[in-house]
Write a new protein. Sequence first.
Length: 233
Amino acid sequence: MRINKYLAQCGVASRRDCDKLVADGRVTVNGRPADVGADVEEGDVIKVDGKVVTLKKNEYYILHKPKGYLCTVSDDKGRKTVMDILGSSVGRVYPVGRLDYDSEGLLILTTDGELAQHLTHPSNEVPKTYVVKVEGRLTEADLNPIRSGIEIEGGYVTKKCRAHIIETNRDFTRVEITLREGKNREIRKMFAAIGKEVTLLKRTKVGELSLRGLDRGAFRKLSPAEVAYLKSI
């Protein structure tokens, strides 16, 4: 296992920051300074600043993120992050993917870098479902450009997706949409391309894992069966 991955799984820091620790000479393997990119094996003694670090069992959480929180571990501007919700009862975990500051819904947090990569890498096309609220009335025909792929700000053409209306009236329309990609602010840009502003964006599912029974701002550990499912999709 690469030294940066090992240190990250020990909860020392992110892989990038672990590379810097190694480059700064603060990491040793069996008493010798470690090299950036070095591999470590079972039985090796790894120390950071003279203290032995050992692998920890991965942790997995699901959080119902409210609006007004950043999906990051810390913020240099002092804004609230999802870690403020978790508090000191949870160790160092990392958000999987992003939800905008103004968006809410299902967020997975874990120490398992491989699972995070699996869920976010575009080639895996893991489906993520959202409920979107826009101003005014929409028809199913209005959603056809979004379903078939639409050019958004920056010239990117989105992939095909599923979308259908779940509620509509004179004042607003709610749409359920399932994507298999995750560009920055993609859904907001998709609706802007058909002349609609998103007033509410909520992620409700990752695959078939849902927020069922989890109030806004609440979190819980994922069960072993749920973790196995996420690794399988």
